[in-house]
Write a protein that binds this ligand. Structure first.
Ligand code: ZN
Length: 452
């Protein structure tokens, strides 16, 4: 058991003062506001719940910053993908472990305490399954365990190169499964996460490009009640190809043909009509937004203002992991809206309301829902995932309550986090994860080999 005391803490009911939090077995046992600190309490100033990065492709952290050299005259997502494939084709299980471990250390240092790993790098370099079909999933699980981050593993089903069941490209060979292979992969992946504290599993049909309708029907039951994540409408070309294939846009197709409900998370959903926005919001499914990656890849701007007006739920993910941080994702989400609407504080919930707080509340609730967490936030029964802010940071000077969240997201960024507990385990202190140095050295050695 451990006892923490916060001068102020963001609870589900709002900000509270003099809050004592009791943690037992990785879970919040008690939250008591208005209590003076007791002898033995570990004391901090400002506490927030940890957030989920609901969408990550861990291996892509290894190529962060390596695709910033202009290719042909129309450098797009599709040229970035070539670099990604080259990288994916070279990585060994040990490389994946090295890259994922550092990534998860960085996520924790930046306020993410759970990750939804949309995992599709399954097979050996020649495309044949490893002796343990879930070899790569085990590496991901071990990286999560070493770092302390809670893992929602989302093994991805990937079978085709484009809409309508087109044959996969050779460069996709490490991702591709038959339905039967995928069922075996799911069973082995379940074992890989079973012993992880806070671990759980869902499934991730990769996209309508990579999965046929029949395959989608066959694999969704393998989620066994867990979350279902799918990429949709990230790119204009993807929308055009989907229209050419089916006469429907990707989000429209999914809403008409798949059992989309609150268990589902549509990743990106960048390109939607007004009708799709309202129909999607009505399902209660979560929009998995990855604003930094969507900006990096030139995807477009999610219609967040309209989606929130329709009472849509969203969470955030770090996706390509080109830059990792809660503040970075939430700031980019709001700034995209400002640039598009030529206004300020577009996503604030109303006059006089903090934009940072609105973004934070949505990302907390949407991230928890998308990764099947029934309790989110600083409340009894939830995972003890807690982040404290460094009140000596200049951008937090004199700030309390929502102003501290705004100071963190819009001004301080990566320097504002002090300590992080994940599942009750204190993994970050003074902004540094205990494994940072070792994880960097292992990562650097792996990536030097890969880029050589
Ligand atoms: Zn993705």
């Amino acid at each position: 058991m451990s006892r923490l005391h916060f001068a102020s803490a963001l609870l589900p009911s709002g900000w509270a003062h003099d809050v004592q939090v009791v943690i037992t077995a990785g879970t919040i046992a008690e939250v008591m506001p208005g209590v003076a600190p007791a002898v033995g309490d570990e004391r901090h100033a400002i506490a927030l719940p940890g957030l989920a990065s609901l969408h990550s492709h861990a291996f892509q952290r290894g190529m962060a910053g390596l695709a910033e050299l202009r290719g042909d005259s129309t450098d797009t997502f599709w040229t970035w993908r070539e670099t990604m494939y080259r990288f994916a084709l070279a990585m060994t299980p040990d490389d994946v472990a090295a890259v994922a471990t550092l990534l998860y250390v960085e996520m924790l240092e930046q306020g993410f305490t759970r990750v939804g790993e949309f995992h599709y790098l399954h097979h050996d370099r020649d495309g044949s399954p490893y002796a343990d079909v879930a070899e790569m999933a085990r590496q991901i699980a071990q990286a999560a365990e070493a770092s302390g981050i809670a893992l929602t593993l989302l093994p991805s089903f990937y079978a085709h190169g484009s809409f309508g069941g087109a044959a996969p490209h050779a460069a996709q060979r490490r991702f591709v499964c038959s339905v039967d292979q995928f069922a075996a992969l799911m069973a082995a992946s379940r074992k890989a996460v079973a012993a992880l504290p806070g671990g759980n599993i869902g499934i991730a049909p990769h996209s309508l490009r990579a999965v046929t309708p029949d395959e989608l029907t066959a694999i969704v039951p393998l989620a066994d009640g867990g979350p279902v994540h799918i990429h949709a409408a990230e790119q204009v070309k993807e929308v055009q190809d989907c229209l050419a294939w089916s006469g429907r846009r990707p989000v429209q197709w999914l809403l008409e043909h798949a059992p989309v409900d609150q268990r589902w998370c549509l990743i990106h959903a960048t390109h939607m009509t007004d009708q799709e926005i309202s129909a999607f919001a009505e399902t209660g499914a979560v929009a998995g937004l990855c604003p930094v990656t969507e900006a990096s890849l030139g995807d477009g701007i999610f219609p967040a203002h309209e989606f929130l007006a329709a009472s849509g739920a969203f969470g955030v993910g770090t996706d390509s992991n080109v830059l990792v941080g809660v503040a970075d994702e939430l700031r980019q989400l709001e700034y995209g809206q400002r640039l598009q609407h030529r206004q300020r504080n577009v996503l604030s919930s109303g006059a006089g309301r903090s934009t940072g707080r609105t973004l934070f509340d949505h990302a907390l609730a949407g991230g928890a829902q998308a990764l099947a967490q029934t309790k989110a936030g600083l409340t009894p029964g939830a995972h003890a995932d807690i982040v404290t802010l460094d009140t000596s940071h200049p951008s937090l000077a004199g700030r309390t309550g929502d102003a501290a969240i705004d100071g963190w997201i819009f001004a301080a960024g990566s320097g504002a986090i002090d300590c992080v507990w994940a599942g009750g385990r204190k993994v970050v202190q003074g902004g540094r994860h205990g494994l940072r140095q070792a994880a960097r050295e292992r990562f650097n050695a792996a990536v030097r080999r890969l880029v050589a």
